[in-house]
Design a protein around this ligand. Structure first.
Ligand code: F0G
Length: 419
């Protein structure tokens, strides 16, 4: 088995359901998609991917948002709160100061719950309904829990979220709370939360909706499809590079899968596939380490720390899917400091776009790689900003200007302004 760009479209196995099946990326074992609850391969514990007998072309896409891409998804519609169709902003000042041919920001913070997780949840919760489960669960650095809570309540299901105590931004906890999730604050980091929730799911206590769940990544493929359609419309070409923040490497895996499927469908030339470029915070950079060392496996980091709490992750579970994605597309991975992240958050805000710290890592990484000459000045680049500024109001306030106390009269205000 290989997740190579030139892989042939697989033959439909007998256990496919309406042209959809699950396949292990390690041993190739196939499974019926909706008969049993399953997250990894029964044979070898490898990661699973969703496969389709028929892959769509761009002409097949119709409608708005994630479900525009229904032909690339396991269902025609999902449990929806109108996710997707996010802006692909021009950022002329940033483009100029970083020094690339074209720079666009795909702002996933403009999804219903303020992050890209909604794209995965609209599909994942639909699958949960198909499977007939009643309780959904996830471990989360915050955004997944907010999306799970919202989509779970939309779907009329119970939700359980495990969060690393003291390390989740205020907006995200508020969302999970108001949408009615049961919130368990774990005395440990995200990776410990994921270990526990995987065990709970394995014991049948809840249906797991972390990005280990292959169906969630199907929804997240639509980020890649939207970026490609946007660039084709504006530049008549797909981007040379897509830069994105990396935590569990779910998005990296999902974008790579979107590209592989377009190549298999004959819609995208292998040589034109955008270079997937992952960015991590220096204090949580196991993927960067693996890429730099040309390692086959990622070493789990037990101690992780960064202001970008969304990507404070030491054990990227989707690495076996994402490492080939970065390598096969000719991309790379880079680590940035918290200071560089905050600087980029201010730069993006200076274009009127409000993002949370993890999101700004993409722009910080691009700036660094451009300065190092890894990214050329003739490249057209899309940076993914994964979550909204309001997710982490404390980080935004700390990065921004201080409120100034003034008296409650105009003369006093004028005097203050003239100081
Ligand atoms: N950016 C934001 C804002 C995130 O919330 C996450 C992941 C990532 C980037 C990384 O994406 O895992 O696909 O590489 N947040 C997860 C959560 C872990 O629980 O909300 P990835």
């Amino acid at each position: 088995m290989s997740l190579s760009l030139s892989a042939e479209q697989p033959d439909e196995p007998a256990d496919a359901d309406d042209g959809v099946w699950l396949e292990c990326i390690e041993c190739g074992e196939t499974f019926a998609p909706f008969d049993d609850v399953r997250y990894t391969c029964d044979e070898c514990d490898g990661l699973l991917e969703v496969r389709y007998a028929d892959l769509p072309t761009f002409d097949d896409f119709d409608g708005h948002g994630v479900w525009r891409y229904a032909d690339a998804l396991p269902f025609a519609e999902g449990v929806s709160i109108q996710e997707g169709a996010t802006p692909l902003y021009e950022v002329p000042r940033l483009e100029e100061s970083i020094g690339v041919e074209a720079l666009r920001i795909k702002h996933e913070g403009m999804n219903p719950t303020g992050s890209f997780k909604d794209r995965g949840m609209t599909v994942g919760v639909r699958v949960a309904k198909e499977l007939g489960v009643d309780r959904l669960a996830c471990a989360s650095t915050g955004n997944t829990s907010a999306a799970l809570a919202a989509y779970g309540s939309r779907g009329g299901m119970q939700t359980l979220v495990l969060l690393p105590a003291g390390k989740v931004a205020a907006g995200k906890i508020a969302q999970a709370s108001l949408h009615g999730a049961r919130i368990l604050e774990v005395d440990g980091n995200f990776d410990a939360c994921l270990d526990i929730v995987q065990e709970l799911a394995g014991q049948g206590e809840a249906y797991l909706l972390n990005s280990l769940n292959p169906f969630r990544l199907e929804g997240q493929k639509t980020i890649g499809l939207e970026i490609l359609e946007g660039f084709l419309a504006d530049y008549d070409a797909v981007p040379d590079r897509i830069v994105l923040p990396v935590g569990n490497a779910g998005n990296t895996s999902a974008l790579y899968k979107a590209f592989r499927e377009l190549v298999q469908a004959g819609e995208l030339d292998e040589d034109d596939v955008p270079k997937l470029t992952g960015v991590q915070a220096e204090g949580a950079a196991p993927m960067v380490e693996a890429i730099e060392n040309d390692a086959d496996e990622v070493r789990r980091w037990d101690d992780v720390e960064t202001r970008a709490t969304a990507i404070r992750i030491g054990n990227p579970v989707n690495a076996p899917k994402a490492l080939p994605g970065i390598r096969e597309t000719g991309g790379t991975a880079v680590a940035v400091s918290d200071e560089e992240i905050t600087e980029a958050q201010r730069d993006i805000a200076g274009e009127g776009i409000g993002v949370e710290p993890a999101s700004a890592a993409s722009v910080a990484g691009l700036r660094k790689l451009r300065a190092e000459g890894v990214v050329d000045d003739d490249e057209r680049v899309a940076c993914l900003t994964t979550g909204h500024l309001l997710k982490d109001p404390d980080a935004a306030a700390a990065a921004g200007s201080e409120p100034e106390p003034v008296p409650a009269d105009t003369d006093g205000v004028l005097e203050h302004l003239s100081e």
